[in-house]
Design a protein around this ligand. Sequence first.
Ligand code: AMP
Length: 471
Amino acid sequence: MLRLWNTLSREKEPLPDRKELRLFVCGPTVNDYAHIGHARTYIFFDFLARYLRARGRDVFYLQNITNIDDKIIRRAAEEGKKAADVADFFMEAYLADMAALGIGMSADGKEKAEKIIYAPATKFIPQIAAQVERLAQKGFAYRIEGDGWYFDIAKFAGYGKLSGRTALQAEDSVSRIDESVGKRNKGDFCLWKFSKPGEPEWPAPQIGAGRPGWHIEDTAISEFYFGPQYEIHGGGVDLKFPHHEAEIAQQESASGKAPFVRIWMHTGALLVDGRKMSKSLGNFVTIRGFLEKYGANVLRWIALTHHYRSPIDYTEESAAQAAHTLDGIANFLAKLEFLAEGTRAGTPEPLKPLEEAEEKLEDDLNVPQALAGALAFASELQPALWNIPREEAAAALSQFRRFFGMFGFDFAPPPEIPENARKLAAERDEFRGNKQFDKADALRRKINGLGFDIEDTPKGPFLWPQPKNHN
Ligand code: AMP
């Protein structure tokens, strides 16, 4: 039975017994291009949705996009642009990056089978304003003239239950908490900001024109689609406090219902060369920069071969290593395809080692162990690979493809071998048959020159593109 670590209960728990699982994941703030840290988090939740769907659940995957925020306003001011234009530009870029990573796509990238609903904050202003108004009516929110509406954390007894901080400890923290001289408690956070001159604002008759604070969009959007309670909330560990704590306070106060969310899931941070990514350190790797060099599978491999709750220390070396491993898998699949000679697998018997590898997922999604199990099984098959009968090769191929597809890896069919390379390989085979090895070797070099390696097998020559140098 699948059990997931719940940050809230600090235990592994079974999934709620419900066919439809509602999953909300915090989306990005679109003030810049998305980086590989974002990719780590979103590849993982893409896998989670795929896996739950493969196990027969209907997953309603919802993600907000913070398209109005101080950071966006600041960037727009620096560049002399409108905040909305900056946000629109980077939101489009984000969606394109997600598509390039195969996120929300079927394994072959053709269909949006793993659909995600993206909800930009500015499309939900009436819902946001209404939630702030409700919090004010119930006495949880107060107004500071000229500044905005704030949540009074002293009014919500459960404040701190997710992160393990008390309201008093929250007093120490100023991390991403808006400051205002008029706040009742230091940890109070802003729900709605009255805009300064030149800043974007939206009309809101009951609470006064302004713009949303950072935390309120998530609960207004999730309440709109899911209602006041749902099954799974995800995000990076950096959001546990204060962001997710604020979400709980907002939604449980607004609805009077608890728990707001059954299972809270947090991904570990991705670091680059042991440090937090930042422009000033020069170690900021965007998704598109990464994809210029490596394929989407490489980033997916890096993300998924670390347990989702562990940090990842990214280095160029780890990308080259991942690319090498993936080349090996593609080569293995191509050999099975070569051996299958076009035979289609019927409904093959499950392969025990792959089943055992898949079982590792039951324990809080141990993807690294599941993938390691599949690789170990592939290695075991290697020595006697060329003796596998055609039907067995076809069955193994379909099962390995299904297995890797479950994680969202896309192993394209083996490349077409060009006619000239195939002809040379056939001629070389004849020379070998006649023991004319010098001539055979000369043809091997020619084939290499065309960019292919050649392996002699009992089933004839197997050609494979020479590995790219990933350094
Ligand atoms: P942001 O755009 O910073 O609001 O982040 C959007 C999502 O990406 C959140 O769930 C973050 O926790 C996650 N995220 C941002 N940076 C990283 C990182 N370096 N490693 C892992 N997740 C990250």
